[in-house]
Design a protein around this ligand. Structure first.
Ligand SMILES: Cc1cc2nc3c(=O)[nH]c(=O)nc-3n(C[C@H](O)[C@H](O)[C@H](O)COP(=O)(O)OP(=O)(O)OC[C@H]3O[C@@H](n4cnc5c(N)ncnc54)[C@H](O)[C@@H]3O)c2cc1C
Length: 456
């Protein structure tokens, strides 16, 4: 059979893979199958319209780190850099809930000295970080163990843990440092200390090799992250099929048969599965049982967001809080709150406040509860934590059950084992495997397609 590639899953991983594949294949050789009625998977942008006021709401990812340059580079290739905005630092005006009250994360010297978040003992322990010997062996450990080792238990529990748990919606005691934050181990290895490595990195060149200025540390899209998805879809030359859920994959002498839910079949020489690993487990079980058995060990949890619009005068004056992270030990119904309209005023409108609440980590059932219960719980927490008693003028929620991958300690070894069991011509890639961020997904989609087409 001539090369005939089928990509399963039309999230950012699948779309990036198709984009890369079209460099080498003709349009008739690439098929992209997506189960839902839209492209983008967890990248989804909605709008709230209140009279003349319009609010742009990202339901999933909103901002992208450029240390991993994949989003920036892809936006450049697609000619949409004029859509890119600087959302500011993710860590500016970040608070952590401590004993029911928001406490500023002490990221400046003044805040560090005056912070009530950390005890004097914990502050001295943090300052001793450059003198703690680095770990020498390459083995994995949990994020909590890493942070305890380098920064001390209190800083881990009260500061780093909640921030990372907020980013990854996970428990730092189970999460693999090598899979999710390898940069921290790289910094430890390069300078023997996180503090010294951060200082060294600050003084590095601020231009790229080609003399172009570097992008900001984080980027977002003026009209929401869906801009990236729409640009990709508009530029793909392939067979693109929505509402085409795949049920199963089987092996045939010339390659594979893809069985769709509607009973139809497609034959392919190469297959790339980009769905979350729990979906891939179902697609492969039976026919590829050893792979499915290993894959089923990758956990997936619930996640969701609800964005709410308020009148500005209904929000108690607290101009400093851009984001509030809520550690699990606080036993709250929500995991984090970000003031989107403070971070990105272009997303809101004069006289209003747009905020976004994250769900599903501390109380997974928030993601599957009915809308009335969800709103009631969210409003109760916003009153308790931030003193917001007014009713929101509008809200928009996005929720995913059993779909947020968790990279537990040892994750990368498990992924390598799964990959070693795959027959030639069949590959798995995306957020469940080698990095969950959108830049990781783009990189994986592009790299895996090259390996699949040319090395298998
Ligand atoms: C609330 C939230 C906030 C986030 N914030 C950020 C952020 O700020 N920055 C960042 O970099 N990352 C962030 N992320 C992570 C990032 O958005 C995701 O990891 C990434 O978008 C996943 O892309 P993917 O293509 O691998 O998977 P998905 O987006 O899950 O796409 C998989 C696709 O497969 C389809 N599919 C499923 N089953 C089948 C089937 N049987 N047949 C065919 N198709 C199927 C699905 O419908 C879906 O479209 C966030 C995620 C969430 C949920």
């Amino acid at each position: 059979m001539d090369t005939n590639l089928v990509i399963i899953g039309g999230g950012i991983t699948g779309l990036s893979a198709a984009w890369e594949a079209q460099k080498n294949l003709k349009p008739g050789q690439i098929t992209l199958l997506e189960s839902s009625s839209r492209w983008g998977g967890k990248i989804i942008t909605g709008q709230i319209q209140l009279g003349n006021a319009r609010f742009i709401v990202d339901g999933g990812p909103e901002s992208f780190i450029t240390r991993k340059p994949d989003v920036w580079e892809l936006a450049n290739e697609l000619g949409i850099l004029d859509e890119v905005i600087d959302p500011g630092s993710e860590t500016r005006h970040i608070y952590v809930l401590d004993g029911g009250r928001p406490a500023a994360v002490p990221l400046t010297p003044r805040l560090f000295i005056t912070s009530r978040l950390l005890s004097a003992r914990a502050k001295f322990r943090l300052l001793a970080e450059p003198f703690i010997p680095p770990r020498k062996d390459p083995g994995d450990e949990s994020l909590a163990d890493f942070a305890n080792r380098r920064l001390g238990m209190e800083a881990q529990e009260k500061m780093l843990g909640p921030i990372l748990a907020g980013i990854y919606n996970t428990d730092p005691a189970r999460q693999s440092v090598l899979a999710t934050s390898p940069i921290m181990r790289e910094m430890e290895a390069e300078a023997g200390s996180l503090v010294l490595a951060a200082v060294q990195r600050m003084f590095r060149k601020t231009t790229n090799a080609n003399g172009m200025p570097k992008p900001p540390r984080f980027i977002a899209f003026k009209h929401g992250a869906q801009t990236l998805v729409d640009a990709l879809v508009n530029n793909l030359r392939a067979t693109l099929r929505l509402k085409a859920p795949v049920r199963k994959i089987s092996k045939i002498p010339s390659g594979y048969t893809i069985h769709l839910q509607n009973g139809s079949q497609i034959k392919a020489s190469h297959v790339l599965i980009t769905t979350p690993a729990n979906v891939a487990t179902n697609l492969l079980s039976g026919e590829f049982e050893p792979v499915a058995a290993k894959l089923s060990a990758i956990r997936h949890t619930n996640i969701g967001t609800i964005s709410l619009v308020y009148k500005k005068q209904d929000i108690p004056e607290n101009p400093h809080i851009h984001g509030l992270m809520i550690p699990r030990r606080e036993k709250r119904a929500i995991d984090a709150v970000t003031f989107t309209s403070l971070k990105m005023p272009e997303r809101g409108a004069e006289g209003y406040v747009l905020l976004r609440v994250f769900l599903g980590g501390a109380r997974p059932e928030m993601v599957t509860s009915d809308k009335t219960t969800l709103l009631k719980e969210v409003r109760r927490e916003l009153t308790n934590l931030l003193g917001i008693t007014a009713e929101p003028l509008a809200e928009l929620d996005y929720r995913w059950a059993d779909s947020f991958p968790q990279a537990d300690v040892g994750h990368l070894d498990r992924v390598a084992e799964v990959e070693s069991l795959l027959p030639p011509g069949l590959a798995l890639t995306g957020s469940s495997y080698r990095g969950i961020g959108v830049p990781d997904c783009i990189r994986q989609g592009r790299e895996t397609i090259k390996t699949l087409l040319f090395n298998s």
